[in-house]
Design a protein around this ligand. Structure first.
Ligand SMILES: [Zn+2]
Ligand SMILES: [Zn+2]
Length: 749
């Protein structure tokens, strides 16, 4: 988005204004006069030099602006409500980091002449800049780039803003040989009559700002990594190199952040997943297709069993549905063709299906030439479709109708992108009375999304995923109770894996938009119901306007992991749309038919993402109840093996996943191996243990716990397992670390 040029741009430069004064109102309410044309930095300086040195940017009516621009250029307000943003304001760090992206780009251009510039926004924890250049940048280049950045920061040149008209701007970026910027002005920014640039020494970048007053404000920075990216995120576009970095106001903060990054790297689920045999991905099967190895599958199965048991207790009914559905089903639900780009291509029952699909798409795009049409008809004939009565001389609409009619008679399937339409059909399978409601249908349903290959990330972003899904069909009066119970369920399942630190985001509609289905009264009612339930639940929650789905408000669980990263996991969504689209009904107490409300909910989200997140949360050291191998028995020597097997049998009978280490190695080595394999309990057995009918218990975390009889050891471990006690997670509090995912913010164009 681009901020329009200030309405009074340039006014301060007129003679009357130069000698006039303007009034500034500070956050404490005090009002002071300043010469017109003063900047926020001038205001800071008038209060004190230290404040001026700490001033990074300013805020006027919630908008962050450059500290060195004349305030009268930024607002018409009188007095001007000014808040100085110093190094202590959380909002200032984004301005610093984005400015550091400019400094980095400038340094890269010095090291690699002829670099093309793309975008350079901030992320949750830093910034990146996308570059177009032939030479691949590698981590070995980082010291050179960083040294150049140091030089730039040392000279502390200011960031100077100027505006150009569209035509001037295009000429200007062409003059700099910036092809991508030129394209962006001509396409992405086509509706902007004037564009702003920021100059810093020899470096000029198209940017809406804001920036720090001068580069000297950057006290600590670091380049972090380099990765591939595509121009505007589209794999059909030019391939770019994305250079990531971060910046802070203080070296100590940077070090704390780097420690955290290192900790996150140590916990990377892709590395740990391989090391501990949890999952794999094979290009022969397909990118983004998670293959659950026995140990990972054990963790998943335990979580699924746990949820299934809990759902039975809460009145849910299990269902199963196939992995595909007819295209027509998704046309009714609205998933097709609306979400077509994010889905796998349809599976056509007739050999001419794909052909007709392309044919129709060309008609819709108004791109069908006579030659193509002739080719289509000839090919269709080859594939067994004569299409004798195809209306060749008619208009596109009639042709589309003809082809659609043919398509409807064929079988066309989609890999299912959502489970909802299937569950809707189950609801519809029998007549429903108000006495039957709520109906709660639960399924671990696998769905498929054709995510772009560049977006794929281990288990966290995949193309086939299994949701711990359920759909609730209830009367409007039941929504409150069902929502309450669902929140309670999510709380319960999160606590079972030790995730206790979370907040709920209540996403509401944008009252000024008309994209929402259902009347404003319905929404007001639903939103206030959800709010009331959240208030009563005592959950920490925030409200977000405009974040709701078009079909209803929702509550998302934002969960912090052991190292303070926030993940969006479980979700509960109200839906007024699908019941309408599928004409769902129930007979009310008044004998009339009514429309039920649907609730979609998934406490974990998807099994892939949830287990991937858990691997990182626990650093693969799962708590006893989830550990793929719970107990390992280590004999002092081979003579102990028969007794080891006896103990193993007893633990197996108590339901434990237990193995015997059969290596001909000393106990020290066996213990080390078990520690490395993150086995929660080791049972060490020597002749003394055997003769007394027991074992020496060794805890992975606490070390040697001493001798216990086999029966006592089983009792102790059973209690820990069945109460799902969590002892593993290291609680560390880090601040300023966003989601595990990458969320580019608004800076840059
Ligand atoms: Zn910028
Ligand atoms: Zn759903």
């Amino acid at each position: 988005m681009f901020r329009a040029a200030p309405r009074n741009g340039g006014r301060a430069a007129t003679n009357q204004k130069v000698f006039a004064t303007m009034q500034i109102q500070l956050p404490d309410g005090s009002i002071k006069d300043y010469p017109a044309g003063s900047s926020a930095l001038d205001v800071a300086r008038s209060i004190g030099e230290r404040l001026a040195n700490a001033t990074i940017a300013a805020e006027i009516n919630g908008q962050i602006v450059d500290a060195n621009r004349p305030l009268t250029d930024l607002t018409d307000a009188d007095p001007i409500p000014l808040k100085l943003l110093t190094t202590k304001d959380p909002a200032a760090i984004g301005v610093l980091r984005h400015s550091c992206a400019h400094v980095m780009a400038r340094a890269v251009m010095r090291v690699f002449p002829g670099v093309g510039l793309a975008f350079g926004p901030t992320t949750g924890n830093g910034y990146y800049y996308d570059f177009d250049l032939q030479t691949p940048i590698s981590e070995e280049d980082f010291p050179r780039i960083e040294a150049e950045m140091e030089e730039i920061i040392k000279t502390a040149e200011p960031f100077e803003r100027f505006s150009l008209s569209r035509d001037e701007a295009v000429k200007f970026v062409q003059g700099m040989n910036q092809e991508l910027k030129t394209e962006h002005i001509e396409t992405g920014l086509a509706d902007h009559s004037s564009l702003s640039f920021y100059r810093q020494g020899e470096f000029v970048d198209l940017c809406r700002g804001p920036h720090i007053p001068d580069a000297g404000r950057i006290k600590a920075f670091k380049l972090l990594s380099v990765a591939g990216a595509y121009w505007k995120g589209d794999a059909n576009n030019r391939h770019l190199q994305r250079l990531y970095g971060t910046a802070f106001f203080d070296k100590k903060d940077l070090q704390a952040h780097l420690d955290l990054v290192e900790e996150a790297r140590r916990r990377d689920h892709r590395v740990l997943g391989k090391q501990h045999g949890l999952f794999t991905i094979s290009n022969d099967v397909g990118q983004g297709m998670c293959l659950w190895l026995p140990k990972g599958a054990t963790v998943r199965a335990l979580l699924e069993d746990f949820i299934k048991q809990e759902l039975l207790r809460r009145g849910y009914e299990p269902v199963y549905s196939p992995h595909v559905g007819r295209v027509e089903l998704y046309e009714i639900s609205g998933h097709f063709p609306y979400y077509r780009d994010s889905q796998f291509a349809p599976i056509f029952g007739h050999p001419a299906g794909q052909l007709v699909d392309n044919w129709k798409q060309m008609l819709v795009a108004n791109e069908l030439t006579e030659k193509f049409e002739g080719d289509f008809l000839a090919t269709a004939l080859d594939l067994g479709c004569a299409f004798n009565d195809y209306p060749r001389s008619a208009n596109n609409d009639e042709k589309l109708t003809y082809l659609s009619k043919w398509e409807k008679q064929q079988e066309r399937y989609l890999l299912k992108p959502m489970n909802c339409p299937h569950h809707v059909q189950m609801y519809k399978a029998i007549p429903r009375s108000y006495r039957d409601l709520p109906v709660r249908l639960a399924e671990f349903g696998t769905v498929y999304r054709h995510e772009q290959s560049g977006e794929l990330n281990g288990m966290l972003r995949v193309r086939g995923l299994t949701q711990d899904d359920a759909h609730l069909f209830c009367t409007p009066e039941q929504v409150e109770q069902e929502f309450k119970d669902t929140l309670d369920l999510v709380k319960y399942v999160l606590s079972s894996v030790g995730l206790e630190d979370y907040r709920v985001q209540l996403s509401k509609r944008d009252p000024n938009s008309d994209k929402y289905v259902g009347s404003p009264e319905l929404w007001d009612n639903a939103e206030s119901t959800l709010r009331r339930v959240l208030q009563e639940s005592g959950l920490n929650f925030t409200e977000c306007e405009g974040e709701a789905a078009f079909y209803g408000p929702k509550a998302d669980f934002m969960v912090r992991d052991a190292i303070g990263r926030e993940w969006q996991l479980g979700t509960v969504q109200l839906d007024y749309n699908l019941p309408e689209r599928f004409k769902l009904e129930y007979v009310g107490a008044d004998n009339a038919t009514h429309r039920p409300v649907m609730i979609h909910r998934a406490p974990f989200g998807s099994m892939e993402r949830f287990v991937g997140m858990l691997i990182e949360h626990f650093a693969a050291a799962f708590p006893l109840w989830l550990a793929p191998e719970q107990v390992r028995i280590l004999g002092l020597n081979d003579e102990m093996l028969p007794y080891c097997d006896e103990v193993k049998k007893q633990f197996q009978q108590a339901g434990f996943r237990v193995t015997v280490d059969r290596q001909s190695a000393n106990v020290k080595k066996k213990i080390r191996d078990a520690q490395l394999d993150l086995v929660p309990y080791m049972l060490v057995i020597g002749p003394k243990d055997r003769d007394q009918g027991g074992v020496s218990v060794r805890d992975r975390i606490e070390g040697d716990l001493g001798f216990l009889t086999v029966a006592d050891a089983i009792t102790k471990l059973t209690a820990e397992r069945d109460q799902r006690i969590i002892r593993q997670a290291i609680k560390r509090s880090f601040s300023g670390f966003g989601d595990g995912g990458e969320s580019a913010s608004q800076e840059g164009y």
